[in-house]
Ligand binder design. Sequence first.
Ligand code: LR7
Ligand code: MN
Length: 565
Amino acid sequence: MHKLRKLFRGSGRALAFVFVASVVWLLFDMAALRLSFGDAAGQRALAAAGRGQRERGRDPQAPGQFGHPVAVPEDKQEEAKSRWKEGNFNVYLSDLIPVDRAVADTRPAGCSEQWVHDDLPTTTIIMCFVDEVWSTLLRSVHSVLSRSPPHLVEEIILVDDFSTKEYLKEKLDAYMSQFPKVKILHLKERHGLIRARLAGAQVAKGDVLTFLDSHVECNVGWLEPLLERVRLSRAKVACPVIEVISDKDMSYMTVDNFQRGIFTWPMNFGWRQIPQEVIEKNKIKETDIIRCPVMAGGLFSIDKKYFFELGTYDSGLDVWGGENMEISFKVWMCGGEIEIIPCSRVGHIFRNDNPYSFPKDRIRTVERNLARVAEVWLDEYKELFYGHAYHLVLRRLDVGDLTQQIALRKKLQCRNFRWYLENVYPDLEAPLVKASGLLVNIATARCITVENTTLAFQTCDVNNEDQKFNYTWLRLLRHGDLCIAPAGTTGTLELRPCTGWESSLAWQHSSLAAARPELADHLVSEHLQPPACLEVDPSLQALRVSACNSANPYQKWQFGNYYAD
Ligand code: LR7
Ligand code: MN
């Protein structure tokens, strides 16, 4: 009763159901059974191809049953190999295993006893795909149909992102027509997954949007805990634990607990385990909800109205990538939360490469998407992004028009990125500069000094503010608003206002920055042809630039503090 009251704060309603008990799967996934034997008319309408595979879903001996690994028979190795590229995973095996196989209930102990409200919001499931493998797409849909309480699923919208495969046209429509809740939206041109999701969201009727990839298997009781969180607060964005369907043997594998979604520079998504001592100190349980700095991207539930209030995704993001960062920053900085719900688990086929084409260059598409996100959400920290992806600076990447996105952030009165770092992701190392303090010449142990608006070279004094410089992520040698730069090609130096980035203001320094590691201690201006180094003239003790020489100590410099390589 205690649990019940705790969950029922402010609500007098009775509970409708408990999560499906975990013992059930041992024989079969009961929900799958019910559906398979369900509606007689639906059964008759089953496409012949689908029938065989679905009947085998009830066969305990069927390949891959219960998520077990499957081996390719010796005489089928060639066939399996040749079909791999259809999806960049073992398509041969996917076709072999039932489209409605049972999987092990991998939820942590305790999940099956948790209670949920009987007035959970309904959801529209949105699955986008381009040229998805037939059996994998079907398995994704069947897993939703058979393991979700029907009254919570308003509809399943399959958004066909202009696939080229014939079977994804009439054949798919015919197969899905036996499930009244499944709707298919065939897009007339390639939208990319971001705009394809938006096309689905535009027509969704459910209270909550639940996005899924098209090669997943939802586990027992996956949906209720997600909707429970959204019901608790519409600003909660709930993600399942993403488990692994092996691309090689199609086995369903569980993952380590206590994983958070994080990113490292330049905005690479990753998983990071909560440290053991933190788990112990805070007595974190396996079933406890985990707040994440960022989500993986593909699988989450969000209140529909809230999603639209947030301005959905930046629709200027192309094809694939970066939208998970955008929605994560947006949610956190504009008042919401991203959570992983350990009692909700969905398997996903992880693969090494995208199996579909990118209308433009893949890497450039993702880089541009990320740069849009950096420009809108990272404030002064965007320099860390560009510093770690310096080739984008050199290329002077064009990110397109951002006025709408910037206006949106203002309208929503979102917090700044510093707040996000301090409150949501404090363990991210994000020093605003690469190095700072005195800039000491190794040969002379003397320092560069700003005298009014000119440069001098003097005895070092840690208390002299005129000797303090920042070495920024954009490779500027900065003293307030003034930057050290070569004065034309004369070999002398000058101080210039640091107005934006210009190659003439940039100096390569430190091991990562230098294309030539032997010049790591040097300050190299690659703007000059040939590249030249900042040095002290030994006789005059004055500053100049001249040809780089890795052994010359008069060209070696060191900052007081280094924050990153
Ligand atoms: O142009 C496209 N149109 C599409 O409809 C490109 C893709 N898609 C579909 C595609 O068929 C698939 O169903 O969009 C879905 C996602 O594409 P994937 O499966 O190629 O992406 P992924 O699983 O490699 O990548 C992850 O990051 C993406 C960044 O844009 C998306 O957010 C994916 O949804 C996301 N997947 C997950 O979060 C699952 C866990 C991966 C991790 C970590
Ligand atoms: Mn995927």
